[in-house]
Design a protein around this ligand. Structure first.
Ligand code: SF4
Ligand code: SF4
Length: 335
């Protein structure tokens, strides 16, 4: 069985964390069954967020009886100290607990520090002093913010997208966290659905002993796959190396990661899928994205009026309107 220790927090958990964003999309009973099965199978790290609607509530409902046997990480998008205190109270209440193991600032556009005027870091310290949170973390999609957070020494964990499609800068961030004894929590280890070979994704990350991947889980078969890795972790070998190289060639460079930060779009365009449709139709079963519903959704790209709202929010600096148009053209030809 593979374990990972999250830096100086000392938290040591199974190397398959449960990403609880997707359980928002299933019923309370279905989510509860997934969470309980995960726990019983050895998964003991659960990552959620105040922003994930009822995800915290579902975790509280399913796992409060085993609270002291699991680790919970949650997040806040609060912009100031008052909001943070309120959100933390809500999270504790919904999670049915009196402490959160790792409380993370959720993708702030900058690296919050003491004295920066927001009061965020001071509020985190206050919550830690009161025992409401045990460790302070930050999540980011922006490399510069994550590097600044790692170098600041203020954060015990950093959550950042990391997969075998990582750039050199992202690999350097993982190494920096290792040097500074900061826990590295990897989100988007399947790159938002673009990586379809989970075993290859696992085997790549397994080579970094300081990285904890959290897998977004919505269906039982997804959970079963990650449970199987607990006893039989996929190993990096020549076959897997070939798969990774092929994917890197196909997917490397400028592509949409499906994070959704660019939403909403005033023209109701589903950007996180539409902006990478060319890849999706070649990687997912064709029927999923060629149906009437998706043809109608893709047609909305014609309504883009270049307002720029999405572009200003994309952490990867993508030229979204151009990407959308290219994807629409390709989609039409593909059909
Ligand atoms: S630029 Fe186009 S795609 Fe982006 S938010 Fe505006 S209308 Fe939507
Ligand atoms: S376009 Fe950018 S912000 Fe929008 S989903 Fe893709 S990567 Fe995320």
């Amino acid at each position: 069985m593979n374990w990972v220790t999250l830096g100086k927090t000392g938290i040591t958990v199974n190397k398959n964390g449960f990403g609880a964003l997707p359980i928002q999309r299933v019923s309370l009973d279905a989510a509860s069954a997934l969470l309980k099965k995960a726990y019983k199978s050895g998964i003991n790290f659960f990552d959620t967020a105040r922003f994930y609607t009822d995800s915290e509530e579902k975790i509280g409902f399913a796992l409060s009886s085993v609270r002291n046997k699991i680790y919970i990480a949650s997040k806040t998008m609060a912009a100031n100290a008052d909001e943070l205190r309120k959100q933390l109270d809500t999270s504790l209440n919904l999670l049915k607990t009196d402490y959160i193991d790792i409380y993370q600032l959720h993708n702030p556009g900058f690296c919050p520090k003491p004295g920066d005027g927001t009061g965020l870091y001071e509020a985190l310290l206050e919550a830690k002093d009161k025992g409401m949170i045990r460790h302070i973390g930050i999540t980011s999609h922006r490399l510069a913010v994550a590097v600044e957070a790692a170098e600041s020494g203020l954060y015990e964990t950093i959550q950042f997208p990391f997969s075998y499609l990582a750039t050199d800068g992202e690999v350097r961030l993982v190494k920096l966290c290792r040097e500074r004894d900061i826990g590295f929590i990897a989100m988007k280890a399947l790159s938002g659905g673009l990586i379809t070979n989970a075993a290859a994704a696992y085997a790549y990350i397994a080579r970094y002993d300081n990285v904890l991947p959290i897998w977004g889980i919505q269906k039982e078969e997804e959970l079963d796959q990650f449970i199987s890795y607990i006893n039989e972790p996929p190993v990096y070998n020549e076959d897997i190396s070939r798969i990774i190289e092929k994917d890197r060639k196909m997917l490397g460079g400028e592509f949409c990661r499906g994070c959704g930060y660019c939403m909403p779009c005033p023209s109701d365009i589903d950007i996180p899928i539409s902006a990478r449709m060319s890849l999706m139709i070649r990687r997912a079963p064709v029927s999923v994205y060629l149906n009437d519903e998706w043809q109608e959704k893709m047609k909305r790209i014609d309504d883009c009026f270049d307002c720029g709202s999405c572009k200003s929010k994309c952490p990867y600096g993508l030229d979204i309107p151009r990407l959308l148009k290219e994807n629409l053209e390709d989609y039409r030809q593909f059909i």
